[in-house]
Design a protein around this ligand. Structure first.
Ligand code: KIV
Ligand code: NA
Length: 265
C-alpha cells in the first residue's frame, strides 16, 4: 500500500498502460481522488485561477504552493503528489530552483515537482534530478508565459513543431521523468510520445499521449463560464452546489431548518 512513484509511471509506458492525472488543491478533494484510485495528483499553479481567485497563474507564490501541496499530501496515502514550481521560483537559475523545490519536498512532502520549459529550464532540471528530486517538464502552452505567449495552440508550423520536439528531448536528456504537453496538435504530440522513453501527459494534446491530465474544477463542472474544447465535463458540481446552498438559505429564512431530528433537548 505504498505511494505511486515516478518509476511506476515510466514502467507503465514500457507496458503500454495509460494513466490519469488530476489537479488538487486541498486535502478534502485530494482524499476523494485518492479514494477513486487516481494515481497522480498535481498541485498545479492553476490553483491561482481556480482556487485563489487570481486571473492567471503568474501571481502564485511558493508559500501558497507549499501550503496547499502539504494539504494534498495529508489528504492522500496512495497518489504520487506533484507540486508546480510557481512563476519566479526557478527562472533565476538552478540554485534558486533547487532551493524552491527543496521547500516543496521537505515542507509539503511532494514526491516530484513540475516546471515549465524544455531547453530553457535544462540546467534547473539537471540539478534537481541530480539532487534527488524528480522533475516533470511542461511544454507547449506554458501559462506562466501568458504575457509573451497568450493562450493558443502551440507547435503549429514546422519551426515551432521542431522546437517542441527539441524541448521534449532536452527535458528527457536532463532527467525529467515525464513531459506535460499542453494545447499541442495531436499529430505532433503523437510524434513526441513515440520519440521519448518517458511518458507524455496530454492536456488538449490528443489521444496518443501516455497519460491525460485535466484541471479538476473544469472536469467536475465547478469552473464558471464556457470550457475550452479539450475539457470533458464529468459532473455538474457547480449547479448542484448552487442549488444546495439555495435550498439551505430558503430553509433558514422560512424556518424549516433545523427540524426536530437536528435538535438537542
Ligand atoms: O497548473 C496546472 O493545472 C497544470 C496542468 C494543466 C498541467 O500545469
Ligand atoms: Na501549472
Amino acid at each position: 500500500n505504498r505511494r505511486v512513484t515516478v518509476r511506476d509511471l515510466i514502467a507503465a509506458k514500457e507496458r503500454g498502460e495509460k494513466w490519469p492525472m488530476l489537479t488538487a488543491y486541498d486535502a478534502m478533494t485530494a482524499s476523494v481522488f485518492d479514494e477513486a484510485g487516481v494515481p497522480v495528483l498535481l498541485v498545479g499553479d492553476s490553483m491561482g485561477n481556480c482556487h485563489l481567485g487570481y486571473d492567471t497563474t503568474v501571481p502564485v507564490t511558493l508559500d501558497e504552493m507549499t501550503m496547499l501541496s502539504a494539504a494534498v499530501v495529508r489528504g492522500t496515502s496512495r497518489a504520487l503528489v506533484i507540486g508546480d514550481l510557481p512563476f519566479g521560483s526557478y527562472q533565476e537559475g538552478p540554485v534558486q530552483a533547487l532551493r524552491s523545490a527543496t521547500r516543496l519536498v521537505k515542507e509539503a512532502g511532494v514526491g516530484a515537482v513540475k516546471l515549465e520549459g524544455g531547453e530553457r529550464s535544462l540546467a534547473q532540471t539537471e540539478l534537481l534530478v541530480q539532487s534527488g528530486i524528480p522533475v516533470m517538464s511542461h511544454l507547449g502552452l506554458t501559462p506562466q508565459s501568458v504575457n509573451t505567449m497568450g493562450y493558443r495552440v502551440q507547435g503549429r508550423g514546422d519551426e515551432d513543431a521542431h522546437r517542441l520536439v527539441r524541448d521534449a528531448k532536452a527535458a528527457e536528456a536532463a532527467g525529467a521523468f515525464a513531459v506535460v504537453l499542453e494545447l499541442v496538435p495531436a499529430e505532433l504530440a503523437a510524434e513526441v510520445t513515440r520519440s521519448l522513453h518517458i511518458p507524455t501527459v496530454g492536456i488538449g494534446a490528443g489521444a496518443a499521449c501516455d497519460a491525460q491530465v485535466l484541471v479538476y474544477t473544469d472536469m467536475m463542472g465547478l469552473t464558471p463560464g464556457k470550457m475550452p474544447r479539450f475539457v470533458k465535463q464529468y459532473a455538474d458540481l457547480r449547479a448542484q452546489m448552487v442549488s444546495a446552498a439555495r435550498a439551505f438559505s430558503e430553509d433558514v429564512v422560512g424556518g424549516t431548518f433545523p427540524e426536530e431530528s437536528h435538535t438537542f433537548h
